[in-house]
Design a binder for this molecule. Structure first.
Ligand SMILES: [Zn+2]
Length: 136
């Protein structure tokens, strides 16, 4: 596979390094506020709910539901040529935060909003695992 045909890899911002470290271990961990107790995503320097800067990354269930989705039929990057059609979805976790991800392990035309899903991890490169979701 040529370099041009490789999928782009995540480039973690400083705030999201703990998130990507956890995915390497096949764990989904999100920032959780020590002041108000809420989880949020994407990671940032303070809680978007109460603005406290006191938080830790904590495990979440990895369970949620499809909030919205779109099926890609067109190839926008050569590395995805073998994957169309594929589903890009917003998954709402049981803990509340919403993640942009893929729904895999199901035909795209069978994906529905509100469908229960659970996280799985795709080892896309050495030391890089991307969370994706599959029907629960
Ligand atoms: Zn808070």
């Amino acid at each position: 596979m040529s370099d041009r045909a490789r999928k782009p890899l995540p480039k973690p911002a400083p705030e999201s390094v703990p998130y990507w470290e956890a995915t390497k271990r096949h764990q989904l961990e999100l920032p959780k506020c020590n002041a108000c107790g809420k989880f949020w995503f994407p990671p940032s320097k303070s809680c978007p709910n109460c603005l406290a800067a006191d938080f830790d990354f904590k495990p979440v269930s990895g369970r949620g539901k499809v909030y919205s989705f779109v099926t890609f039929h067109r190839v926008y990057h050569p590395a995805f040529a073998g994957e169309v059609p594929y589903v890009v979805a917003i998954v709402e976790l049981e803990e509340g935060p919403r993640l942009l991800s893929n729904i895999i392990g199901i035909k795209p035309d069978a994906v529905k909003c509100e469908m229960p899903v659970k996280v799985v991890f795709d080892d896309v490169a050495e030391n890089v695992s991307v969370p994706k979701f599959t029907p629960a």
